[in-house]
Design a protein around this ligand. Structure first.
Ligand code: KIV
Length: 264
């Protein structure tokens, strides 16, 4: 077993060492990211938007996630492989167990990421009890875009901020090994990061979290349309794709990304 483990990532948090994460969907990019020292490859269901050209992540199927996970696994050697549970593949704890088993057995995933707070507590407990590492995704939940009324920053008011802090603690207690916070105010993300022992990954969550993630196609400037304000086009500043990825890793590790410009 040569891949990065959850134990290693927890030690990095304890040591104050920043963790770099990017999304990956195929073997060639996975190889470049792995060689650049990206510690976590996320096979995100964002592939529905950036690969398939869908309007949201909702149409992505479990079979499609398995297909891309297998490709990313083949192209990489060292990074931890985290994979998104697609929309409603975790509708019940039993279904989540079945879906996670397929992502791990057929795709080679090491960890599954589930979007949602307290409603998923029993599911996270069931997965953890069966030895399945879980990342709990809080804040902006792209699979709930219709319910959240668009892609909007979450946790701006006191009640929703307190709810998110409670969810983060509850997820850790339920057995989650990692948290991911998407589009939350930087001060709230920092508070949650201090409140839990497990590593916290941020995207649009400011600099004071343990790890950063971006959608690969956003940070290479190839996603059609407007780039999210929390992202940065690293390819525009670099000569080629490996150099852009290396610049991202260096910026995350050195504290150069994200800055206040990329935060809420
Ligand atoms: O699907 C994805 O790429 C994600 C990131 C936005 C974190 O979940």
């Amino acid at each position: 077993m040569h891949r990065i483990t959850t134990t290693r990532l927890k030690k990095m948090k304890q040591a104050g060492e920043k963790i770099a994460c990017l999304t990956a969907y195929d073997a060639s990019f996975a190889h470049i990211l792995d060689a650049a020292g990206v510690e976590i490859l996320l096979v995100g269901d964002s592939l529905g938007m950036v690969i398939q050209g869908q309007e949201t992540t909702l149409p992505v199927s479990l079979d499609e996630m398995i297909y891309h996970t297998r490709a990313v696994r083949t192209g990489s050697e060292k990074a931890l492989l985290m994979v998104d549970m697609p929309f409603m593949a975790d509708a019940t704890p039993a279904q989540a167990l079945h879906s996670a088993a397929r992502l791990m057995k057929e795709g080679g995933a090491q960890m599954v990421k589930l979007e949602g707070g307290s409603v998923l507590l029993e599911t996270v407990k069931a997965l953890a009890a069966r030895g399945i590492p879980v990342c709990s995704h809080l804040g902006l939940l792209p699979q709930s875009v219709h319910k959240q009324g668009g892609y909007r920053v979450q946790g701006r008011d006191e009640a929703s901020a307190l709810e998110m802090i409670g969810d983060a603690r509850a997820m850790q207690a339920a057995g989650a090994d990692m948290l991911l916070l998407e589009c939350v105010p930087a001060t709230l993300a920092a508070e949650i990061t201090r409140a839990v022992e497990i590593p916290v990954i941020g995207i649009g969550a400011g600099p004071d979290v343990d790890a950063q993630v971006l959608v690969l196609y956003d940070m290479l400037g190839i996603t059609p349309g407007k780039r999210p304000s929390f992202s940065h086009d690293f390819l525009a500043d670099s000569g080629d794709i490996p150099a852009a990825v290396a610049a991202y890793v260096q910026a995350v590790k050195g504290g150069g990304f994200p800055t206040a410009v990329h935060s809420f």
